[in-house]
Ligand binder design. Structure first.
Ligand code: CDP
Length: 786
């Protein structure tokens, strides 16, 4: 009991820019990534990939490869089939070949693997495997894939007669038709959100260690969702789940790329099981780019119905999603097109209807949520581009059109036309702040004057709304696993704690921010809270980290379990202070007897008493676990304004200003949030300006190295000016909303809107991403010619 001590008012809970605890080891080069794991007797696996996009496999001759000194085994699809492992389920309930047995369906598909004493021997021996292919016609365009007579890609699927993956609709068709009938103006946009790739710094890989003696299957894996992966391994391989331990050590970025289960993980595990030695598989950069989860590749047609005064009446969207050869999107089962149907964005749009078709093509599977909540990025891009074009057609200022149609603060909670219930928002304030910071009125004058003088200046706005925190169990599951998340908190006798969470950081700073949540609730300083994650044997079950779900789900679970422990702490404090529990009040890091200054018991003293002097009849210890089923998603939002200048002679465009206002509710660690936003804005710029994976007619992947697939470096990346508004989530225990992906979701439209705005007076209404200078030059040329 403390009689005189002053309350420690700062334990660096919410709102403190605490330096990242994890950076100590990263800055010292002491991170522990999958490739750092080296086990005794470990072998190395290299994967043979198909050079063709569509071909029947006539035969595979691996004898020469097997004869290479150092090669221990060659595994083919037939070998896996003998153990019923040639096919595996995807996260969208489809099937995917682990190693091709009948035919290959995309360039880069896994065909066989060499397991050797040395990784270089394994890679060299791949050249000696002789695969006899019978080339088939490839189809890389989803519209051609849908046409009658197109080659059937998934001919092994019973009942599959064409290349359709799914047909899905959302919203109210009749109400939308009525809205369009009442419109003065209908604005249309046909666009493609191109295929891009999350490209984490660390590629995918694993070390599988199957111990025949103990039956333990330990897999060190680049996994964003270790618990879900463990369950799927148990289901696919029929292994007892208690014997499977998935350890996701330090992860060098995920961005959605490390959510799916890849054939390499399964093959390495099968090889370790069959050979009885640990097997490491680490993919190369090109393997990562051509064969692991791509993102986007959405063909979209949007129509916005408006009154002449700018009032939005309805939205109609037609989507074609290029899924590649296997439907492997990681997304909630109920929503075939992810959360695309949040396409009404920040606007009070009374009617909307979305029709989506997924199509198989001869490309790698994927559709991963690359730094986004499933398909919200494509949705945000479409509506923000449409609104900008609508402003031109109605001769209204794009900012004014937005302000007239935003959902007003008093309308929250707001039910959208496609069924989302937005928790909170203040879109007007965010946009007005962005306009003020960028000096919008002055810019408009400068733009007009510039045009007169032959100078092309454009201002692009995007006012996005996100939907993150998947999610409420009633609607959200992945292959049946409900999308709750968890936190287990144990306070040790000396008042230090260990927090175990079901989510898994890949660089987002959870070891710091989750400790801050405990600090905010229990008064234990963040440096005294060890955060443990990424090890299925030692953390409670959770669906993992992607789609900015960690803070809304496991962050909430952390706050709730801390509060539960605080209630137990109250009873212990009452016992120690010989006071009535009802007479105690919580003060930062202690319980204080009301009205008796100095009569208090700190959390450290309470923790000690929990193990040395628990109240009679009360269980000893101070620990617990909470599984949090969020009542709703959280809806972060923001307004971005980009100013560009275009050189008419070359089409080169440069970002002059980028002002970003973000609102993610209560910020746990403002510095980390800023870091997330800077990273997201950079990726958004990369997508808008340069990132593209494309294919020739034969299905050859163009974009398989960083020479072709461009990522922005410090040289190209614009300078960002970031600002915040704070509109707490009313249902999250600490009022926080997710933020990790907001900037990637919101910013591409702002960049493209800025380029289009600079050319709008010429009649240009669209330039497709990536907006290269060649495309801009061509758009100017064509506009001037008409
Ligand atoms: O799921 P993921 O961690 O990728 O996304 P997130 O929940 O948006 O969190 C990204 C990082 O920002 C984490 O370290 C969060 O705890 C932190 N964050 C924060 O400090 N305040 C918020 N309101 C939201 C996130």
């Amino acid at each position: 009991m403390t009689e005189q001590a002053q309350p420690r008012k700062t334990v660096c809970g919410l709102g403190h820019s605490v330096k990242r605890k994890e950076d100590d080891r990263f800055l010292r080069g002491q991170g522990n990534y999958v490739d750092d794991v080296n086990l005794p007797r470990m072998l190395h696996m290299a994967i043979l990939r198909s050079p063709m996009a569509h071909a029947r496999i006539k035969s595979i001759d691996a004898e020469a490869a097997k004869a290479v000194p150092g090669v221990v085994a060659v595994v083919t699809g037939a070998d896996l089939a003998a153990h019923n492992l040639a096919w595996m389920p995807t996260l969208s309930g489809d099937t995917q070949a682990v190693f091709a047995t009948d035919k290959v369906r995309f360039q880069g598909q896994e065909v066989a693997a060499v397991i050797a004493e040395d990784p270089y021997v394994a890679y060299d021996a791949l050249d000696l495997i002789d695969v006899d292919y019978d080339m088939l016609e490839a189809v890389v365009d989803p519209f051609k894939a849908m046409a009658a007579g197109a080659p059937l890609i998934r001919d092994e699927k019973e009942g599959q007669k064409d290349n359709s993956v799914y047909h899905w609709e959302a919203g109210d068709k009749d109400a939308t038709e009525r809205a369009f009938a009442a419109a003065d103006k209908v604005v249309k946009l046909k666009t493609h959100y191109p295929r891009c790739h999350p490209s984490p710094l660390e590629t995918c890989g694993c070390v599988a260690d199957v111990n025949a003696g103990t039956g333990k299957v330990k897999i060190y894996m680049t996994s964003q969702a270790p618990h879900a992966h463990r369950t799927l391994f148990a289901l696919v391989a029929g292994l007892p789940e208690q014997n499977i331990q998935i350890i996701s050590p330090d992860i060098g970025g995920g961005f959605g790329n490390k959510v799916p289960i890849y054939p390499g993980y399964v093959a390495a595990t099968a090889a370790s099981l069959l050979i009885g030695r640990p097997v490491k598989w680490i993919e190369s950069r090109s393997e990562n780019l051509i064969s692991t989860g791509f993102a986007r590749d959405y063909h979209m047609e949007g129509e916005l119905a408006l009154k002449n005064d700018g009032q939005m009446l309805g939205l109609r969207v037609r989507l074609v999603s290029d899924q590649g050869a296997f439907f492997a999107d990681a997304q909630p089962s109920k929503f075939r097109a992810g959360l695309f149907h949040i396409v009404t964005g920040s606007y009070d749009l009374p009617a909307a209807h979305v029709v989506a078709d997924g199509v198989y093509t001869n490309k790698a599977p994927g559709g991963v949520a690359y730094r986004c909540s499933f398909r919200v990025t494509e949705a945000s891009y479409l509506i923000e581009r449409l609104v900008q074009n609508a402003a031109y057609e109605l001769d209204l200022d794009p900012a004014e059109l937005r302000l007239r149609n935003f959902i007003r603060p008093e309308q929250f909670p707001y039910k959208s036309a496609t069924g989302f219930v937005y928790d909170s928002g203040d879109y007007h304030t965010a946009l007005k702040l962005a306009l003020e910071k960028v000096g919008y009125e002055d810019l408009k004058r400068e733009k007009e004057a510039g045009r007169a003088a032959g100078k092309l200046i454009g201002v692009g706005i995007a006012s996005f709304t996100e939907v993150v925190g998947a999610g409420p169990a009633k609607d959200y599951d992945i292959v049946g696993l409900k999308m709750f998340d968890s936190a287990e908190l144990r306070v040790h006798p000396t008042g230090k704690a260990i927090l175990k969470i079901g989510v898994q950081t890949q660089g987002q700073g959870h070891e710091t921010t989750f400790a801050q949540i405990v600090a905010g609730e229990l008064g234990i300083p963040p440096e005294d809270v060890l955060v443990q994650h990424g090890d299925t044997d030692n953390t409670p079950y959770g669906l993992g980290t992607y789609a900015s779900r960690s803070t809304p789900t496991a962050g909430a679970a952390t706050a709730v379990i801390s509060r539960k422990l605080r209630e137990k702490a109250r009873k212990i404090a009452a016992h120690v202070l010989e006071a009535d529990a009802a007479d105690l009040e919580w003060d930062v890091d202690r319980f204080q007897v009301k009205g008796v200054p100095g009569k208090a018991c700190t959390i450290q003293e309470i923790a000690f008493a929990a193990y040395t002097n628990p109240p009679p009849g009360e269980e000893a210890g101070l620990e617990g676990v909470h599984y949090y089923d969020p009542p709703n998603m959280t809806y972060p939002f923001g307004s971005y304004v980009v100013v560009v200048e275009i050189d008419e002679g070359t089409g080169v465009w440069k970002v002059r200003r980028m002002v970003a206002v973000d609102d993610c509710g209560v910020r746990i660690n403002p510095m980390i949030v800023e870091g997330q936003i800077h990273g997201g804005l950079t990726e958004g710029y990369g997508i808008a300006a340069m990132q593209l994976i494309t294919f020739d007619d034969d299905g050859n992947c163009i974009g398989s190295t960083f020479m072709d697939y461009l990522l922005p470096t410090a040289w190209e990346t614009p300078k960002f000016e970031t600002f915040a508004t704070v509109t707490p989530s009313p249902h999250h225990p600490i009022g926080a909303k997710g933020v990790g992906e907001s900037a990637t979701v919101g910013s591409p439209a702002a960049y493209v809107n800025a380029v289009v705005d600079a050319l709008a007076h010429l009649g240009v209404r669209n330039v497709e991403m990536p907006v290269t200078s060649a495309k801009v030059w061509e758009a100017i040329r064509q506009a001037r010619a008409t």
